[in-house]
Design a binder for this molecule. Structure first.
Ligand SMILES: [Zn+2]
Length: 207
C-alpha cells in the first residue's frame, strides 16, 4: 500500500486545512504582488459601477501568489470606490460592486503616479510559509484555507452556494503607518467563479 500525502494545492483549496499568510514587506518593487503606489501599466481608469467616480487603486496580486491556485488569472488588481458611503455597499456580495477585481496579464507598475495622485506608499506583498488554518481562523491576509470572517459566515456561505469559492483574503493593513484603511480596519474576501477562474468578486467585513 502506498501512502499518498495531500499536495499543498489540496491542503489549501480542497481540504482547506492550510493557508499561506500574505505579508506586507518593508520595501516596494515594480513587479510581483504589491499594495499601494502607482497602478500596473495595463490597468487603466475604471469607473465605479455604482456611482461612476474613478475607482482608487489598492493592490495587485501576481503569479508569485496566485500560481499556487492555478494558471488563471495571471494577475489581478483590486480597486475601490473612494466614496465611503458608496463603498459601504461592498459589505454585501452585490453585483455590480463598488469594490472591483480586474484580472489582467502580469504588468509592472506605471512609472509615475499620474493616474493615482493620492496613492499611498507602495510595498511588496510576500507569501509566508504554509501553516495550519486553525480555529479561530485569522482575519489577517492569507491565501487558501477557509475565510476568517469578522462578522459571521452567512454572507460567505451564500456566495459559495452561488458557484464561487474562496481564493484569498486581504486585511487593509491599517496597522501600517500611513496606510488608508479603505475597509474600515477590516478584511476583504475574494471569491473565484468555479467555472470561470478569471471572474472574481469581493466583499469586506469590518468590526
Ligand atoms: Zn462608487
Amino acid at each position: 500500500m502506498t501512502l499518498v500525502l495531500p499536495t499543498d494545492f489540496e491542503r489549501l483549496f480542497v481540504a482547506r486545512t492550510h493557508s499561506h499568510p500574505i505579508e506586507i514587506a518593508a520595501a516596494d518593487a515594480p513587479t510581483g504582488s504589491r499594495m499601494g503606489g502607482a497602478r500596473p501599466e495595463l490597468l487603466g481608469v475604471v469607473a465605479c459601477p455604482q456611482c461612476a467616480r474613478p475607482l482608487a487603486y489598492w493592490a495587485t496580486l501576481e503569479s508569485d501568489v496566485l500560481s499556487m491556485r492555478g494558471p488563471e488569472p495571471e494577475a489581478l488588481s483590486i480597486l475601490f470606490c473612494p466614496d465611503f458611503d458608496c463603498r459601504y455597499d461592498a459589505h454585501y456580495p452585490i453585483d455590480p460592486s463598488p469594490v472591483v477585481v480586474v484580472t489582467h496579464p502580469s504588468s509592472p507598475r506605471r512609472s509615475s503616479n499620474d493616474v493615482d495622485p493620492a496613492a499611498f506608499e507602495g510595498r511588496s506583498l510576500v507569501l509566508g510559509g504554509l501553516r495550519a488554518d486553525a480555529q479561530p481562523r485569522s482575519e489577517r491576509s492569507k491565501l487558501g484555507g477557509r475565510p476568517g470572517y469578522i462578522q459571521g459566515e452567512e454572507i460567505g456561505e451564500e456566495f459559495d452556494a452561488n458557484g464561487y469559492e474562496f481564493l484569498l483574503q486581504l486585511d487593509d493593513m491599517s496597522r501600517v503607518p500611513g496606510y488608508p484603511a479603505p475597509f474600515s480596519h477590516g478584511t476583504l474576501y475574494l471569491f473565484q467563479d468555479r467555472e470561470a477562474p478569471s471572474k472574481l468578486r469581493a466583499f469586506y467585513q469590518s468590526s
